[in-house]
Design a binder for this molecule. Structure first.
Ligand code: ADP
Length: 604
């Protein structure tokens, strides 16, 4: 029992560990796939942001790029360059430049003399006015003086604002009169649109961060600077500091995407924190892992259910097999038992047949014995009418000799009556000795009793046995055979006489009969010694007798009992409380039948 409980537990832990081991390698490709997907999506998004930013930046710059050569054509400015000392002209030029600055949205527009001195500026009236200031050290001035369009990024030395400078020479034929410069404010291009976690990074041709949405990255070098670059930086002073410190960016923490602006020499980069990628990848892996786990659990569950199902089927099959085997064994047992029973039944039938045969023999022997014991009285019964017949016949002869034919006829009639009576006695004796196998028929009890009494009448009278009859007047009809019933009654009466022979007078026999719920009860009581205890137990057994061998064979009651039972009745043996035997003959009641003979037939 404990083993069956422990096994699934152990299995579950083992399955979980197995599951985890299975999951781990499966999650790696999932993570790779998710990372590739989200990286591509982020890259695409950043590329668009970058494109937009670059387009915006270039648009801002390009808008002002064309201004300096055009503005250089303005007569006021040209005149000023030719007449630098003219105060009025200066004033007009300042005003003009201020107007133009207003109209174009540039940060500052100013006019420089060939020596680098600022003659007029749009911010002439401000604190940080460029007027009278010399910017000859700036590269854009030098480039313009060389006849090339001047471009330069730099921090305003006075304003401190970052700007992009476009410069163009103002010419008079081949002569360069001066330089017109437009400064564009780049501070507002430093931020990306919206509140985004991505960072913007614009580096100049030295790799120094000039524009960035991250304030502390500003003016840091993204790469190492060589000596020439350092020298150029200190000469042109694009930043406030001489040597920009290096920018330490953890490469693993950022996803970088850049675009080179070749015309300007800048690189615009967008830096997305790796977290942006990690977070959805982690979620995807978690979801994927959970889904896989669910799938595997489901699979495990299905496998387990299948195993349970198979186990149950196997168990059922085993149980069925065991049951079948048990049924088979049981069937074999039953078959064995059955054949033994059949054998026993056969043996019993055989024994029964033997018993029936023995009983038949016993009945026959009993009858013969009864015949033997009765032969004396029978011969007496027959001798008496025979003697009478002889004397009647002699008388008839004498009467015929004397012509007294009437008297002779009377004697002959008497002879005829005597022979009729003798034939009747013989017929009854034959019936008594015959094996009677007829089905029960309606027999009148009283006449049968009278017949039996008649057969034993002489002996009874010799023994002075008083007969006390208490029988109803109405004939009691019972199911029996006439001969058999007379045989039984004769036997019982003979036994009573035998018992009474053992005692001194007064000797009595009581006969009574009554209807009961089950039929008719005939009681036969004597005042003899009664049944001994052993006789009460065994009197029905064949050959049980307490009499001497000359007196009894011990077959009487055995035959009576079997005859009565064959008739569906019962023979009960008991002793009367006042002493003597009390035998009860219980017979089935029958419909009224036909009386075949009168009781007088046997009255002797
Ligand atoms: P048998 O008369 O040849 O002995 P039975 O079968 O008729 O054989 O009787 C068996 C025994 O039952 C008798 O030996 C006797 O002991 C006892 N028995 C039968 N009838 C009576 C009776 N009326 N009174 C006392 N004992 C009896």
């Amino acid at each position: 029992m404990t083993a069956t409980i422990r096994t699934p537990k152990r299995l579950r832990w083992r399955s979980l560990v197995l599951l985890a081991l299975l999951l781990t390698p499966l999650l790696w490709p999932l993570q790779q796939l998710a990372e590739r997907y989200y990286r591509a999506a982020l890259n695409e998004q950043n590329r668009q942001t970058l494109d937009l930013y670059v387009a915006n930046l270039l648009g801002t710059l390009n808008r002002y790029e064309v201004l300096p050569p055009i503005l250089g054509q303005l007569p006021t400015l040209r005149q000023l360059l030719q007449h630098r000392a003219d105060g009025q002209l200066r004033e007009r030029a300042n005003q003009l430049l201020a107007d133009l600055q207003q109209q174009t949205g540039a940060d500052v527009i100013y006019l420089m003399a060939p020596d680098g001195n600022t003659l007029a500026a749009s911010n002439w009236d401000r604190q940080d006015s460029f007027v009278e200031r010399n910017f000859s050290y700036r590269p854009y001035f030098r480039e313009a003086m060389q006849g090339r369009p001047g471009r330069f990024f730099g921090l305003g030395t006075t304003s401190g604002k970052r700007g992009y400078f476009f410069a163009a020479a103002v010419r008079e034929g081949a002569q360069i009169l001066g330089v017109l410069v437009v400064k564009v404010d780049l501070d507002h291009t430093e931020t990306l649109w919206g509140n985004r976690p991505e960072q913007l990074l614009v580096t100049d041709n030295y790799g120094v961060v000039i524009l960035t949405s991250q304030a502390d990255w500003r003016f840091h070098a993204t790469r190492a600077l060589d000596n020439a670059e350092r020298a150029a930086i200190s000469a042109t002073q694009p930043y406030r500091i001489q040597s920009p410190p290096p920018l330490h960016l953890e490469p693993a923490a950022w996803l970088r995407q850049g675009r080179d602006l070749e015309d300007i020499g800048w690189t615009v980069s967008i830096l997305a924190p790796r977290l942006l990628l990690d977070r959805p990848v982690r979620s995807a892996v978690a979801i994927g892992g959970a889904a896989l786990l669910m799938l595997l659990l489901l699979l495990g569950l299905l496998i387990q259910r299948r195993r349970h199902y198979l186990e149950r089927i196997a168990l059922d099959a085993r149980a069925r097999q065991q049951l079948e085997q048990r049924v088979q064994e049981r069937t074999q047992d039953l078959e064995r038992l059955n054949s033994r029973l059949k054998q026993e039944v056969l043996e019993r039938e055989h024994a029964q047949q033997e018993l029936v045969r023995a009983q038949d023999e016993l009945v026959q022997a009993g009858k013969l014995s009864a015949l033997g014991t009765m032969s004396a009285s029978i011969s007496h019964e027959l001798n008496q009418p025979l003697a009478a017949i002889r004397s009647y016949a002699d008388n008839a002869c004498v009467l015929l000799d004397h012509q007294r034919s009437e008297d002779a006829r009377a004697n002959l009639k008497l002879i005829s009556q005597m022979t009729e009576r003798m034939a009747s006695i013989i017929a009854h004796l034959r019936a008594f000795a015959r094996r009677d196998r007829h089905a029960p028929e309606s027999v009148a009890l009283q006449p049968a009793l009278d017949d039996a009494l008649a057969l034993l009448g002489k002996r009874r009278r010799a023994m002075e046995v008083e007969l006390i009859r208490d029988l109803p007047d109405a004939t009691l009809w019972v199911q029996a055979g006439e001969t058999r019933l007379r045989q039984v009654l004769g036997n019982l009466l003979a036994n009573a006489l035998d018992a009474l022979g053992e005692k001194a007078p007064p000797r009595r026999i009581w006969l009574s009969a009554e209807r009961s719920s089950e039929g008719v009860d005939l009681h036969l009581r004597d005042n003899g010694p009664g049944f001994s205890a052993e006789a009460l137990q065994r009197a029905r057994e064949p050959f049980f007798t307490t009499k001497t061998s000359a007196q009894g064979l011990g077959l009487g009651l055995a035959i009576c009992d079997s005859l009565i039972r064959a008739l569906g009745g019962e023979l009960l043996l008991a002793n009367h409380p006042d002493g003597g035997a009390l035998l009860t003959l219980r017979l089935r009641a029958a419909e009224q039948g036909v009386k075949t003979q009168s009781p007088e037939d046997f009255c002797l």
